[in-house]
Design a protein around this ligand. Structure first.
Ligand SMILES: [Zn+2]
Length: 115
């Protein structure tokens, strides 16, 4: 990796985010387990229950991204855009340390759901 990234700082931030999402996931999993136990028909879910499940799925995705980012850090593959191969700006990495795309590619693909 040719440029020097504030890797220690980014790693701390990723670990911190990972912890946050982990405890959020545990809470949401507890809530959806209660839903699953009572209901087996998706059509009977209340709006609040569907929202909880949607949250859980989104948080799971984000958590996976955080873990993947930590693995990229360890493998020295961190900080390059997966779409155009350009370096992702440090400001963007500070804001979303698990992002896979540079800001240009991210704004090109707003509907892909990749941070
Ligand atoms: Zn890019």
């Amino acid at each position: 990796m040719p440029r020097s990234l504030p890797k220690a700082r980014l790693r701390r931030r990723l670990v911190e985010l990972g912890r946050m999402y982990r405890s959020d996931l545990e809470r949401l999993e507890g809530e959806t387990a209660a839903i699953d136990a009572g209901e087996d028909d998706l059509a009977t879910l209340t709006q609040g229950q569907s929202a909880t499940i949607a949250f859980l799925e989104k948080d799971r995705d984000t958590y996976r991204e955080i873990v993947a980012a930590l693995q990229r850090l360890d493998a020295n593959e961190y900080g390059a855009c997966e779409s155009c191969d350009e370096a992702i700006g440090v400001a963007r990495l500070d804001a979303i340390p698990y992002t896979r795309l540079c800001i240009a590619c991210a704004s090109d693909a707003p509907t892909r759901g990749v941070a």
